[in-house]
Design a protein around this ligand. Structure first.
Ligand code: RIB
Ligand code: CA
Length: 318
């Protein structure tokens, strides 16, 4: 068995982040992963709502202690805050308005938690980010040594040979805080970036959704309940019943990179374009790299049936 992955998770718990938490919980229960902490960030919802949702999801999966949940940045570095309530509901979990969690967020910011945990477990942590990158950017500003302390960064974000989903060219996580994203892409740490190019083709449809809904167990019912809103939001875009569980693909590629197909490129973020701010830009030229940035492994595809089957199996296993 490959060595268990030790995750530190930064997210904006909304619905696909919630599915990712359930996937991580299934790995933890199987002894295939450790989850040392979660930080939340503005994005789908405000970070306090995201933190309470994270606690709700972890508790639903039976994780009630040992995973500190820290509230992170309430706004981006250099623009107004925006939420994605149309896609995730006013509560971030599909307007299910679930009971309050038993647990509470810890004191201290998500960025400070990233630095503290990275220093306590040098070289061990996979930093998984599936929301705007404000906490990661702030953590880099807090501690110059951070890139050398993190084993790998895996990010759901960006769009290259694929339309944007929040503007014509920009993907939501990057668009919500372009300055933070560019700081993260400029840092010298090993990185896998999982853009819409890879996540959109993994959309789940009738068979997958019906198999989840048919499984009569508490966590499966919980997952199906919060996914309903997201499925109804996605169906017009997909032109058939379905949903794209973007964030879970990033987590799965962190555990099993062999599932993905990658190109190795330097990535920057457009910060000034009137129409293109927040767009991710890679250097696809075959010329010798002029860019001083560390190239990033950009996922451009994945084994979709394997992803869908493993995610469903994980949700049904809890
Ligand atoms: O663009 C998709 C991303 O934006 C996902 O992480 C989703 O949760 C939202 O945060
Ligand atoms: Ca997210």
């Amino acid at each position: 068995m490959t060595k268990a992955t030790t995750f530190l998770y930064d997210c904006d718990t909304g619905i696909d982040d919630a599915m990712t938490l359930l996937y991580l919980a299934s790995l933890v229960q199987a002894g295939e992963a450790e989850l040392v902490g979660v930080g939340t960030v503005h994005g789908n919802v405000d970070p306090l709502t995201g933190a309470l949702n994270t606690l709700r999801v972890l508790e639903a999966a039976g994780i009630t202690e040992g995973v500190p949940v820290a509230v992170g940045a309430t706004r981006p570095m250099a623009q107004d805050v925006h939420y994605a309530l149309d896609w995730h509901g006013t509560d971030g979990l599909g307007d299910t308005h679930l009971p309050a969690p038993a647990g509470r967020p810890v004191t201290g910011s998500a960025a400070a938690q990233i630095v503290r945990l990275a220093r306590s477990r040098p070289g061990e942590l996979t930093l998984l980010a599936t929301g705007p990158l404000t906490n990661l950017g702030a953590a880099l500003l807090l501690d110059d040594a951070l890139p050398s302390l993190i084993r790998e960064v895996v990010i759901m974000g960006g769009a290259f040979d694929h339309p944007g989903n929040i503007t014509t060219h920009a993907e939501a996580n990057i668009w919500h805080d372009p300055e933070a994203a560019d700081l993260v892409f400029a840092a010298d740490w090993p990185m896998i970036l999982v853009p819409l190019d890879a996540t959109h083709p993994t959309a789940v449809h009738d068979d997958w959704l019906d198999r989840l809904a048919a499984h009569d167990a508490p966590v499966a019912r919980f997952a199906a309940k919060i996914l309903k809103f997201y499925e109804e939001a996605y169906t017009p875009t997909l032109k058939r019943r379905g949903a794209v569980i973007h964030d879970a693909l990033a987590a799965m590629l962190a555990v099993d990179p062999e599932l993905g197909e990658y190109v190795h490129r330097c990535v920057r973020v457009e910060l000034r374009g009137e129409l293109t701010r927040g767009t991710t830009v890679w250097d696809a030229r075959s010329l010798p790299a002029e860019d001083t940035r560390r190239p990033v492994q950009v996922a451009v595809g994945s084994d979709v049936p394997a992803f869908q089957e493993r995610l469903l199996t994980a949700l049904l296993s809890l």
